[in-house]
Write a protein that binds this ligand. Structure first.
Ligand code: SF4
Ligand code: SF4
Length: 351
């Protein structure tokens, strides 16, 4: 067995233990107090299970068909069909991007120029009303079969908003708005992320975009490492701007752009006193306490229970609907905490 210093050794379906690519992001996750793991256990596993057909898929399909014809959601079918070309185009653009990379005239950057490029990329995100942060890939959060589509170490995580209107009309999507909350972001996401990737390539840097409805990478811990938010009670990331009303994409970049730092936004102090998502979940899919799964420690939503509820309660999403951070401004909510419990955000907020 080769001595592969700094590489990761983890469980592999066929080989039992296999060395992966050097894992530069490991140190960030291992020292990030807002992501709880047991490194000694986590090093041997990936938290991402290989993609598979969920046992409830057939039930889900049957219920979905009923739902599509529900009189309370008259525009659902039409809206869903409207999304299909965007979804296909996004997946197609992701597939052909390797050819675009071959045409990039690669440029050398000084440290100062890297900072300028970072600012330009963040400005570009703002143009499309997106938020973002930079970090290093922690390869324990990549599906082992997808290692080859993450050849670079730096990663830009991008967040796109799911509008408040579309969340509030749950469980009857399209009864008021013309959006199906997460599908709306999936459909536009593939196209927008390709535009940002094209911008980065135009500056002389190769990169690869990653769209959200695949299982290649766990976006959330990377977004937390990039300082975009903290874990919520139900395992999604809470952000200052949109609470949990967002979907994540990523662009891995062939340049060591200065990365962002994780930050404590005080969400757990608030969540501890709230737990509305846990109390409201109709299928008891959100556990009361943290749990350990392959070395990662968090409240893990049971996909089986949530999936079953989604098929009978119709796009459920109650946990999104009840979350105060999806309804009210971050500052107003954090200010309801006694000052003593705001200790960790006092330096960045004016109280
Ligand atoms: S509903 Fe309450 S406990 Fe759940 S994520 Fe939102 S603030 Fe935290
Ligand atoms: S979507 Fe519904 S069932 Fe799933 S975790 Fe949220 S509240 Fe529970």
């Amino acid at each position: 067995m080769k001595d592969e210093k700094n590489r990761i050794l983890r469980w592999h379906e066929n080989k039992f233990l296999a060395y992966g690519k050097e894992n530069k992001g490991k140190i960030i996750t291992d020292t990030n107090p807002y992501i709880k793991i047991k490194p000694e256990a986590f090093d041997l596993y990936t938290e991402i299970d290989p993609p598979r057909v969920h046992p409830d898929t057939f039930l889900y399909k049957k219920e979905m068909l009923k739902f599509m014809n529900d009189e309370k959601t008259p525009r659902l079918k039409k809206t869903f069909i409207k999304y299909i070309p965007g979804l296909i185009k996004g997946a197609y653009l992701e597939k052909i991007q390797y050819k675009k990379n071959d045409k990039v005239k690669v440029r050398q950057f000084t440290d100062k120029q890297k900072l300028v490029l970072k600012k330009q990329i963040l400005k570009e995100l703002k143009k499309y009303d997106l938020i973002g942060g930079f970090t290093l890939i922690d390869r324990r959060y990549i599906n082992e079969e997808s290692e080859n589509i993450f050849p670079y170490d730096t990663i830009l995580i991008i967040g796109a908003e799911m509008t408040k209107d579309s969340i509030m009309e749950i469980p009857h999507p399209t009864s008021v708005s013309d959006k199906i909350f997460d599908f709306d972001v999936y459909h536009s996401g593939g196209l927008i992320v390709d535009k940002i990737a094209t911008f980065i390539r135009s500056k002389g840097v190769k990169c690869l975009s990653h769209i959200p409805f695949k299982w290649d990478i766990n976006y959330t811990p990377h977004a937390i490492n990039a300082g975009m938010g903290n874990y919520s009670t139900h395992g999604l990331m809470l952000t200052e701007k949109w609470g949990t009303r967002l979907r994540l994409y990523a662009i891995s970049i062939d340049l060591d752009i200065p990365i962002d730092k994780p930050q404590d936004l005080n969400f757990e102090e608030f969540c501890k006193r709230c737990r509305m998502c846990y109390k409201s979940c109709p299928s008891k899919a959100i556990p009361k306490d943290e749990d350990e799964y392959s070395g990662a420690i968090k409240r893990r939503v049971s996909m089986k229970r949530c999936g079953a509820s989604m098929s009978t309660n119709k796009f459920c999403g109650v946990c999104l609907k009840v979350c105060p951070f999806n309804n009210f401004e971050y500052d107003k909510l954090i200010n309801t905490l006694p000052k003593y419990y705001q200790y960790n955000t006092l330096d960045k907020r004016s109280l």
